[in-house]
Ligand binder design. Structure first.
Ligand code: LIP
Length: 263
């Protein structure tokens, strides 16, 4: 990809994130009108997710018909390992969204040539826009982002992602080892947004036993372009898979890795 190819896709992703975010925000301000479906334990969805994803998919596949698309609600379309792929969570933080809590976002990643090239995360409630282009740094609302320079887990808060995909035993293991290190966890219900807080330096790191590609790929680029380290999620799980993730500043990354149980 050329820098111009990346720039064109960044500009499109930002425009689509704003358009889709406005649609999601309208639903957020009228939650009583939504039909909530229980997908599984602590896993909800409403027509807001699907409507928002449909707009994102239609816009991006129309602008870039040569690209594949992966969405949390509509699945994989055209993924063949060769074409560039958009990887999208229309509303990451579905539970906070449906509870009227502000910690949710639109997450749009573009993956090509075996790497995350563009990442965009937009929180329509706060109007915070987080963007990154491979090799060009990470930006929040026009200002550069840098990860926290903490050297110890006791020097700040660590984001902790957890869903029914994480066992109570493994959650306890992580919490116990973090507390023993003098750390403290922070969970907001959106892995993408919590990883963005790592890129801004507000949190010193993030761990989760199982996160999906659409939840994290955009945010992984934010953290890496903000000077952070991230486990090899794309290499291990691709654009449609899921698994463990560790992300943080270089001073605490190895300690964060030790928080997760081996198996
Ligand atoms: C969320 C993830 C988060 C996880 C939550 C939930 P969703 O995604 O971003 O990492 O801990 O349980 O799965 O379901 O809100 O799109």
């Amino acid at each position: 990809m050329t820098p111009e190819d990346r720039r064109i896709r960044l500009d499109a992703a930002i425009a689509v994130a704003h358009e889709a975010g406005a649609i999601a925000l309208q639903h957020y301000r009228n939650l009583g009108a939504l039909t909530i479906v229980i997908k599984g334990l602590q896993d909800l969805v409403s027509e807001a997710d699907r409507e928002t994803e449909d707009v994102i998919k239609t816009r991006l596949t129309t602008l870039f018909p040569e690209d594949a698309f992966v969405g949390e609600e509509t699945g994989a379309d055209g993924v063949d390992g060769h074409r560039g792929a958009w990887v999208v969570d229309p509303i990451d933080g579905t539970q906070p969204f449906l509870l009227g809590l502000p910690t949710w976002c639109v997450s749009i990643a573009y993956v090509a040539e075996g790497d995350i090239q563009v990442g965009v995360i937009f929180n329509p409630v706060t109007q915070d826009l987080y963007t990154a282009v491979r090799g060009e740094g990470a930006i929040r609302n026009g200002a550069p982002m840098r990860v926290n320079e903490a050297q110890l887990l006791s020097e700040g808060l660590t984001g902790l992602g957890c869903s029914a995909r994480t066992s109570a035993q493994n959650l306890g293991y992580i919490a116990e080892h973090l507390r023993d290190a003098g750390g403290m966890f922070h969970r907001c219900g959106s892995g993408a947004l919590t990883l963005a807080y790592v890129a801004t330096g507000q949190l010193i790191g993030y761990v989760e036993m199982h996160i999906n590609a659409w939840d994290c790929l955009a945010a992984i680029l934010l953290v890496e372009e903000a000077g952070g380290r991230v486990s090899p999620f794309l290499a291990d799980h691709g654009v449609t898979g899921g698994g463990r993730i560790v992300a943080g500043g270089p001073g605490v990354y190895d300690a964060l890795v030790e928080l997760l149980p081996v198996a």
